[in-house]
Design a protein around this ligand. Sequence first.
Ligand code: NAD
Length: 507
Amino acid sequence: MTQTSTQDTTVPTIKLLIQGEWVESTATEYRHVVNPATQQVLARVPLATRAEVDAAVAAAQKAFATWRDTPIGARMRIMLKYQELIRANSKRIAAILTAEQGKTLSDAEGDIFRGLEVVEHAASIGTLQQGGFAENVAAGVDTYTLQQPLGVCVGITPFNFPAMIPLWMFPMAIVCGNTFVLKPSEQDPMSTMELVKLAIEAGVPPGVLNVVHGAKDVVDALCTHPDVKAVSFVGSTAVGTHVYNLASAHGKRVQSMMGAKNHAVVLPDAHKEQTLNALVGASFGAAGQRCMATSVAVLVGAAREWVPDLIERARGLKVGAGAEPGTDVGPVVSAAARQRILGLIEAGVREGATLALDGREVSVPGYPDGNFIGPTVFTDVTTDMSIYTQEIFGPVLVVIGVDTLDEAIALVNRNPFGNGTGVFTQSGAAARKFQNEIDVGQVGINIPIPVPVPYFSFTGSRGSKLGDLGPYGKQVVQFYTQTKTVTARWFDDSTVNDGVNTTIALR
Ligand code: NAD
């Protein structure tokens, strides 16, 4: 379990990055970074002081003066170098990520790869950060737009994707000409820091990217800092709502990606093998700790008869340490997370759902202390139960049966979250109806985790998002830039003298 410690110097202390220097914090409070499979303490992370937060923002503010005018080609070339370095170091960083977060090594590589794709896309900023131009909007007058960087931007990231989510944020922000202060998850900052080191190695200048560690106090200080212009947050709904409200009230542009309850709707005409494989992979992969994990299966009509096959497949997954070959389901991130998930499983039983597959007693040879929970499936679930209303964020799938596609769509649309959903069918007409009528921001058709690639944007909606523009892709270029319109007229000696005109233009 994550613990506080002021004395323990037997493990490495994670550094801050301020003005290009790796700084030892003068913090008085620390958290342990713990291997979730073994409870081994890997490092301690400082909760940075207010002075350190101010120093990081000041460094970013100072660097902005020159970075904003650095030619776009120079910024692009740093991203080209950066993607090469990430690729070369992916396996090494994946091992660190697995040790601190718990997911399997191949999933850790996937975590890095999905972030790497954003860096690759950042290298094409030359065509993304372009303004528009309209000639002769009035006699001799042209109007054009500039997409200008904002200044100091902040990123606050969750534990579940310590590579991908930081990489959603700072590469796009800085390639647009902004400077950045990153606040990684205090639960697993080590792999994030490896990626930050590579960004510096790729040529990101001092002060353009800074890192402070911490929890609520540091986040609040960043959200209220007068020199911060924009805040990107990814994490839970409670914290994301707080960050959105606090930073907005202090005049920042904010995007907040939050919790989820993702429904997979299965029609009886779906390809059974592919669908069951997809459901099981999306529900229990990463121990269910993905914001786009399938957490509710809505089985329509005769698809309800697939429950025994679904359970058999889930039972067949191998639970173990992420670093062990063959593991399908690693531990959850902390002992506290495990207790919270077990509490919700108990609530499900208490509230009358059928615990059709019980993962609570799983044992993993060689890892007696790991935070393991095996794949768990509930049937006979109703929408008032805590296991349906709350995000479990663990390897727990709840199954609900309905009679028709209309009923399934209504059920999904009644749920307050809007991160992701999927429909499994071989009917184009049914899929098209679903995509039109479903009120969820990211829809998969026979795709269980429909996270868009970086040339699109992440488009979670409703209760899963606050703010208008999503991470990465074209939307984030809008988010990280201010559109300025310029309306211009040039005179020479042949220009007719209009005289003084006190009316607004009539044409
Ligand atoms: P979290 O909200 O606990 O933490 C996120 C960040 O906020 C961390 O950096 C943490 O230090 C900080 N924080 C924690 N408590 C705070 C407080 N009281 N005030 C200010 N800052 C605080 O989230 P988590 O547990 O790390 O991540 C899991 C959650 O993130 C899940 O709800 C998941 O659905 C969500 N998530 C959403 C997306 C998405 O794109 N919608 C993606 C990944 C994860």
